[in-house]
Design a protein around this ligand. Sequence first.
Ligand code: M6R
Length: 366
Amino acid sequence: EKGGYDHFMLKEIYEQPSVIKDTYRGRLHANEGLIQMAGIEDNLEKFLNAERIIIVACGTSWHAGLVAEYIFEEFARIPVEVEYASEFRYRNPIINRKDVVIAISQSGETADTMAAIKLAKENGAFVFGVCNVVGSSISRETHAGAYTHAGPEIGVASTKAFTTQITVLTMIALRLAKAKGTLSNSVFHSYLQELEIIPEKVKEALETNERAKEIAAVFKDAPNCLYLGRGYNFPVALEGALKLKEISYIHAEGYPAAEMKHGPIALIDEHMPVIVIAPKQGHYDKIVSNIQEIKSRSGKIIAVVTKGDTQVRELADYIIEIPETSDALSPLITTIPLQLLSYHIAVMRGCNVDQPRNLAKSVTVE
Ligand code: M6R
């Protein structure tokens, strides 16, 4: 059942090229320049009239929501707020009929997300679900939705759900951008083409497995770890840290790289591994200077870089090379080596990778 892999988590990491394809199949028509998703087409007016989009989710799904915030605002120019479902449900939020609420949930059973949906509905919002489990409670409670086609995710640590959620949300943003004319035709087309070949790039990113294993062997006993990224890769830093803490029990934190100087930089010494997501596209020069700041305080730098990178290579202690992508689609690639790194560290520490202590696959109690 694990398909020859030692753990479900590893199997699910390796399934990502094919499940991303399953998720866009029949929806993304790159050659025709079309995106067709029934749940969006049927409710296009609601999205186009939305004064804002509120995304509610928990855990990894919340991280996918953060990536989506950047993508929606950039592509479709619709204001987006992303909230932890648990906070949203209890803080008397302002919600009205002109809001579109997107609830993201792999299991479709998360209690806090469910409660947030009910609250949004009571206040007249249109609620759209992005779920993986067909027929799940959340998929039934929402007005409409689009499934991720990740297949069953057994490992408690979410991997393929995350990348397929980003795939669905990116397609929605592109569809809305097309309707609103917020992206030029050529940019729109190039994103479609790029999304179509993303599974190939994810496959290439999976080739970092051996490298991730080597680096895992060096840092497996670290008590702490920092993850840094900027822009689209800030949520990837959060996700990398969550993945490490939940399966290896190493304390880890993700930060937007520029926030370092507002506090966390005090933690840096020669014992602190710092994982920096530093692809060529994006805020490269800025992240290079953040790396310099860490280096001058003797932090150990593990950098995820674009193939052929020279500048970061000189500064970092270890590099992991990934294929080039546009800034907006890069989370689908940069997250792969981080999943592998946590996986190997957890295995080397003798942890129960698929069923970490104190955790359940779906959190059906608040
Ligand atoms: O099923 P959901 O997407 O609603 O679950 C949300 C979180 O419980 C989930 O992502 C959790 O954080 C994972 N263990 C992270 O790997």
